[in-house]
Write a protein that binds this ligand. Structure first.
Ligand code: FMN
Length: 198
Protein backbone atom coordinates (compact mmCIF):
# COMPACT_ATOMS: atom_id res chain seq x y z
CA UNK A 1 0.00 0.00 0.00
CA UNK A 2 1.37 3.41 -0.98
CA UNK A 3 0.51 6.25 1.41
CA UNK A 4 0.05 9.84 0.26
CA UNK A 5 0.29 12.66 2.77
CA UNK A 6 -2.62 15.15 2.77
CA UNK A 7 -1.13 18.00 4.76
CA UNK A 8 -3.21 21.09 5.40
CA UNK A 9 -3.87 24.06 7.64
CA UNK A 10 -7.42 25.26 8.21
CA UNK A 11 -8.66 27.96 10.58
CA UNK A 12 -12.39 27.95 9.71
CA UNK A 13 -12.84 24.47 8.26
CA UNK A 14 -13.02 25.00 4.48
CA UNK A 15 -9.56 23.60 3.68
CA UNK A 16 -10.17 20.74 6.14
CA UNK A 17 -13.28 19.79 4.10
CA UNK A 18 -11.30 19.99 0.88
CA UNK A 19 -8.63 17.74 2.41
CA UNK A 20 -11.25 15.06 3.04
CA UNK A 21 -12.36 15.16 -0.62
CA UNK A 22 -8.73 15.02 -1.83
CA UNK A 23 -8.26 11.99 0.46
CA UNK A 24 -11.40 10.38 -1.01
CA UNK A 25 -9.90 10.74 -4.48
CA UNK A 26 -6.64 9.16 -3.31
CA UNK A 27 -8.52 6.21 -1.85
CA UNK A 28 -10.42 5.63 -5.12
CA UNK A 29 -7.10 4.33 -6.49
CA UNK A 30 -6.41 0.68 -5.67
CA UNK A 31 -3.17 0.36 -3.71
CA UNK A 32 -3.21 3.97 -2.43
CA UNK A 33 -4.16 5.31 1.01
CA UNK A 34 -4.35 8.85 2.39
CA UNK A 35 -2.52 9.93 5.54
CA UNK A 36 -4.25 13.15 6.70
CA UNK A 37 -2.26 15.54 8.88
CA UNK A 38 -2.51 19.18 9.92
CA UNK A 39 -0.13 21.72 11.49
CA UNK A 40 -0.57 23.81 14.66
CA UNK A 41 -1.29 27.55 14.43
CA UNK A 42 1.61 29.91 14.96
CA UNK A 43 1.48 32.74 17.45
CA UNK A 44 3.17 36.11 17.67
CA UNK A 45 3.51 35.35 21.37
CA UNK A 46 6.61 33.16 21.50
CA UNK A 47 5.69 31.65 24.84
CA UNK A 48 2.39 30.28 23.50
CA UNK A 49 2.88 26.60 22.81
CA UNK A 50 0.18 24.40 21.30
CA UNK A 51 -0.84 21.11 22.88
CA UNK A 52 1.18 18.24 21.41
CA UNK A 53 -2.05 16.69 20.15
CA UNK A 54 -4.89 18.76 18.57
CA UNK A 55 -8.22 18.86 20.43
CA UNK A 56 -10.04 17.49 17.37
CA UNK A 57 -9.46 16.46 13.77
CA UNK A 58 -6.31 15.22 12.07
CA UNK A 59 -3.09 14.72 14.08
CA UNK A 60 -0.23 17.18 13.69
CA UNK A 61 2.27 16.28 10.98
CA UNK A 62 5.80 15.21 11.75
CA UNK A 63 8.71 15.65 9.36
CA UNK A 64 8.86 11.86 8.97
CA UNK A 65 5.37 11.86 7.44
CA UNK A 66 6.91 13.56 4.40
CA UNK A 67 9.66 10.94 4.21
CA UNK A 68 7.39 7.93 4.70
CA UNK A 69 4.74 8.98 2.17
CA UNK A 70 5.28 8.64 -1.58
CA UNK A 71 3.50 11.91 -2.44
CA UNK A 72 2.07 15.09 -0.94
CA UNK A 73 -1.19 17.04 -1.28
CA UNK A 74 -0.67 20.42 0.41
CA UNK A 75 -3.68 22.57 1.34
CA UNK A 76 -3.81 26.11 2.72
CA UNK A 77 -6.29 28.96 3.07
CA UNK A 78 -5.32 32.06 1.11
CA UNK A 79 -3.79 34.68 3.38
CA UNK A 80 -3.26 37.93 1.46
CA UNK A 81 -2.76 35.98 -1.75
CA UNK A 82 -0.26 33.61 -0.18
CA UNK A 83 -0.16 30.42 1.87
CA UNK A 84 -0.88 30.60 5.61
CA UNK A 85 2.02 31.05 8.05
CA UNK A 86 1.54 27.75 9.96
CA UNK A 87 2.21 25.74 6.79
CA UNK A 88 5.14 27.96 5.81
CA UNK A 89 6.50 27.45 9.30
CA UNK A 90 6.24 23.67 8.96
CA UNK A 91 7.94 23.74 5.56
CA UNK A 92 10.72 25.96 6.95
CA UNK A 93 11.65 23.06 9.22
CA UNK A 94 12.29 20.75 6.24
CA UNK A 95 15.79 22.04 5.38
CA UNK A 96 17.32 18.74 6.51
CA UNK A 97 15.17 16.86 4.01
CA UNK A 98 16.10 19.35 1.29
CA UNK A 99 19.83 18.90 2.03
CA UNK A 100 19.63 15.16 1.47
CA UNK A 101 17.11 15.34 -1.40
CA UNK A 102 14.63 13.21 0.53
CA UNK A 103 11.59 14.52 -1.38
CA UNK A 104 13.20 14.83 -4.82
CA UNK A 105 11.18 12.98 -7.45
CA UNK A 106 8.04 12.60 -5.31
CA UNK A 107 4.81 13.97 -6.81
CA UNK A 108 2.93 16.82 -5.10
CA UNK A 109 -0.31 18.76 -5.60
CA UNK A 110 -1.77 21.87 -3.97
CA UNK A 111 -5.23 23.13 -2.98
CA UNK A 112 -6.62 26.31 -1.44
CA UNK A 113 -9.73 28.12 -0.26
CA UNK A 114 -10.37 31.86 -0.49
CA UNK A 115 -13.00 34.24 0.86
CA UNK A 116 -13.65 35.82 -2.53
CA UNK A 117 -13.63 34.59 -6.12
CA UNK A 118 -10.72 36.76 -7.23
CA UNK A 119 -8.95 36.91 -3.86
CA UNK A 120 -5.77 35.16 -4.94
CA UNK A 121 -6.38 31.45 -5.54
CA UNK A 122 -3.86 31.22 -8.38
CA UNK A 123 -1.18 33.26 -6.58
CA UNK A 124 -1.59 31.10 -3.49
CA UNK A 125 -1.42 27.85 -5.44
CA UNK A 126 1.59 28.96 -7.48
CA UNK A 127 3.47 30.21 -4.40
CA UNK A 128 2.72 26.95 -2.58
CA UNK A 129 4.52 25.15 -5.40
CA UNK A 130 7.77 27.09 -4.89
CA UNK A 131 9.13 25.28 -1.80
CA UNK A 132 7.97 21.98 -3.30
CA UNK A 133 9.96 22.71 -6.47
CA UNK A 134 13.01 23.56 -4.35
CA UNK A 135 12.63 20.09 -2.85
CA UNK A 136 12.59 18.61 -6.37
CA UNK A 137 8.99 17.45 -6.13
CA UNK A 138 7.03 16.84 -9.33
CA UNK A 139 3.93 19.03 -9.50
CA UNK A 140 0.67 17.36 -10.50
CA UNK A 141 -2.01 19.79 -11.70
CA UNK A 142 -5.63 19.60 -12.81
CA UNK A 143 -5.87 19.61 -16.63
CA UNK A 144 -8.98 20.44 -18.64
CA UNK A 145 -9.40 16.71 -19.26
CA UNK A 146 -11.37 17.03 -15.99
CA UNK A 147 -14.68 18.36 -17.46
CA UNK A 148 -15.68 20.21 -14.24
CA UNK A 149 -12.78 22.59 -14.75
CA UNK A 150 -14.60 24.11 -17.72
CA UNK A 151 -18.04 24.15 -16.10
CA UNK A 152 -17.34 25.29 -12.53
CA UNK A 153 -18.94 28.59 -11.53
CA UNK A 154 -16.89 28.67 -8.31
CA UNK A 155 -13.47 27.19 -7.44
CA UNK A 156 -11.25 24.97 -9.58
CA UNK A 157 -8.03 25.90 -11.39
CA UNK A 158 -5.49 24.07 -13.55
CA UNK A 159 -2.90 24.78 -10.82
CA UNK A 160 -4.78 22.81 -8.17
CA UNK A 161 -8.16 22.44 -6.50
CA UNK A 162 -9.82 25.49 -4.97
CA UNK A 163 -12.96 26.65 -3.19
CA UNK A 164 -14.64 30.02 -2.74
CA UNK A 165 -15.78 30.02 0.89
CA UNK A 166 -17.45 33.47 0.95
CA UNK A 167 -16.84 36.48 3.13
CA UNK A 168 -17.99 34.69 6.27
CA UNK A 169 -16.60 31.28 5.28
CA UNK A 170 -20.06 29.75 5.09
CA UNK A 171 -20.29 28.53 1.47
CA UNK A 172 -20.41 24.74 1.24
CA UNK A 173 -18.18 23.11 -1.36
CA UNK A 174 -20.03 22.93 -4.70
CA UNK A 175 -20.37 19.63 -6.54
CA UNK A 176 -17.73 20.71 -9.08
CA UNK A 177 -15.31 21.79 -6.33
CA UNK A 178 -15.69 18.41 -4.57
CA UNK A 179 -15.22 16.52 -7.83
CA UNK A 180 -12.07 18.52 -8.63
CA UNK A 181 -10.63 17.93 -5.13
CA UNK A 182 -11.15 14.20 -5.60
CA UNK A 183 -9.73 14.34 -9.15
CA UNK A 184 -6.58 15.99 -7.80
CA UNK A 185 -6.19 13.28 -5.15
CA UNK A 186 -6.80 10.55 -7.72
CA UNK A 187 -4.28 11.98 -10.19
CA UNK A 188 -1.69 12.30 -7.42
CA UNK A 189 -2.23 8.71 -6.27
CA UNK A 190 -2.06 7.38 -9.84
CA UNK A 191 1.21 9.27 -10.38
CA UNK A 192 2.68 7.87 -7.14
CA UNK A 193 1.84 4.31 -8.15
CA UNK A 194 3.15 4.83 -11.70
CA UNK A 195 6.46 6.18 -10.37
CA UNK A 196 6.73 3.40 -7.78
CA UNK A 197 6.26 0.75 -10.50
CA UNK A 198 9.37 1.92 -12.38
C1 FMN B 1 -5.43 37.02 7.66
C2 FMN B 1 -6.33 36.57 6.57
C3 FMN B 1 -6.04 36.90 5.26
C4 FMN B 1 -6.88 36.49 4.21
N1 FMN B 1 -6.56 36.84 2.95
C5 FMN B 1 -7.42 36.52 1.95
C6 FMN B 1 -7.14 36.90 0.59
O1 FMN B 1 -6.10 37.46 0.28
N2 FMN B 1 -8.07 36.63 -0.36
C7 FMN B 1 -9.25 35.98 -0.07
O2 FMN B 1 -10.05 35.78 -0.96
N3 FMN B 1 -9.50 35.55 1.20
C8 FMN B 1 -8.63 35.81 2.20
N4 FMN B 1 -8.89 35.38 3.46
C9 FMN B 1 -10.05 34.50 3.70
C10 FMN B 1 -9.63 33.01 3.76
O3 FMN B 1 -8.72 32.68 2.75
C11 FMN B 1 -10.87 32.14 3.61
O4 FMN B 1 -11.79 32.44 4.64
C12 FMN B 1 -10.55 30.67 3.61
O5 FMN B 1 -11.65 29.98 3.06
C13 FMN B 1 -10.30 30.12 5.02
O6 FMN B 1 -10.02 28.76 4.95
P1 FMN B 1 -10.30 27.84 6.24
O7 FMN B 1 -11.80 27.81 6.44
O8 FMN B 1 -9.77 26.50 5.88
O9 FMN B 1 -9.58 28.46 7.39
C14 FMN B 1 -8.05 35.75 4.51
C15 FMN B 1 -8.33 35.39 5.83
C16 FMN B 1 -7.49 35.81 6.86
C17 FMN B 1 -7.83 35.41 8.28
Amino acid sequence: MKEILVLYYSRYGAVAQMARHVARGIEQVAGAAARIRTVPPVSAVCEAVENAVPDAGAPYAEIDDLVECCGLALGSPTRFGNMAAPLKDFLAATAGLWRRGALAGKPAAVFTSTGSMHGGQETTLLSMMLPLLHHGMLIVGLPYTEPELATTASGGTPYGASHVAGATSDHALTGDEKTLCAALGRRLAETCLRLAAK
